[in-house]
Write a protein that binds this ligand. Sequence first.
Ligand SMILES: [Mg+2]
Length: 338
Amino acid sequence: MTQTIWSRSILHLDIDAFYVNVHILDHPADAGVPLVVGGKPDSRGVVSSASYEARKLGIRSAMPTSRALRLCPQLRIVPTNWSQIRECSHQVMTILHTYGPVEQISVDEAYIDLSERAEPENLAAEIQTAVFTQTHLPCSVGLSTSKLVAKVASDHEKPRGCTIVPPGTEAAFLAPLSTRVIWGIGPRTAERLAEISITNCGQLAKADSHQLRAIFGKHGPAMVQRAKGIDKRSVHAERSPSKSISQEWTFNRDVADESVLAQQLQKMCASIATSLQKKNSQLIQFMSNFAGLISQPSHVSAVSRSASIMRKRFCALPTSYGKIIGKQDKHYDYWVWG
Ligand SMILES: [Mg+2]
């Protein structure tokens, strides 16, 4: 049997329905039922995470829990247990660090560079099993030669998927999939691509780069490359598992006033700064997630009540400086100044 030669091997791991499965660890009777982790419906709560049983009924993250309840009157709604979420995330990342350099993307998602390891195909299954055996949390993994394809692969057969896309098969793997699987292609770009009869990655990979450049600028040819599975980004490894500090706030009424939103964000940033200083830690990445925003200023056109805006940004410098400013740009993109 010939052995596959991997020029690079990158694994993407994502815990399946993370918040839900963390809850089930302590509440095994809740397994297998339509369940969401989220805020209360009478206080404008939104769904943070939905069980697969709830997803089958059309319930999704960022949906108001009141709407989710209308879709499924017997829906079980449980609060987020932040300390347990953080603890489980830390456990998972600690396991991953034993296999190779890790880049943590969120509480439940990471890339591991397995390029230095032999037989990465076997390791993919081994890592998946190790995470489940040691934490009782199910996960999906994807292995390929790039971050892009590994991430698409881990999402391919969720839950508990293990999808391996060997070198040379990346483009064929992506070909039948929607252009939306490519990072950087959101609903509006996908719509514009569909207008020129490009709906899947295979069509995008064969598209005329010049035509796409005329429509999308330099983003056009870059999309063509990605549709072929070409993505040179490397895994940005950390020395140790990063820890996250969260702040969450739900308004109990509709808020359309940007200054009120900005003011609340400032308070949350200040509180995070205090926590960082107490722990003698520094912030390296800032993530904001606006779910269910009712505010629709003219420059934010696509925000609806059930939408979620996620923004992630590395800080210019690690910081625990008290003057953490929630600075707002035209896309409600906030970040931290060192
Ligand atoms: Mg996940």
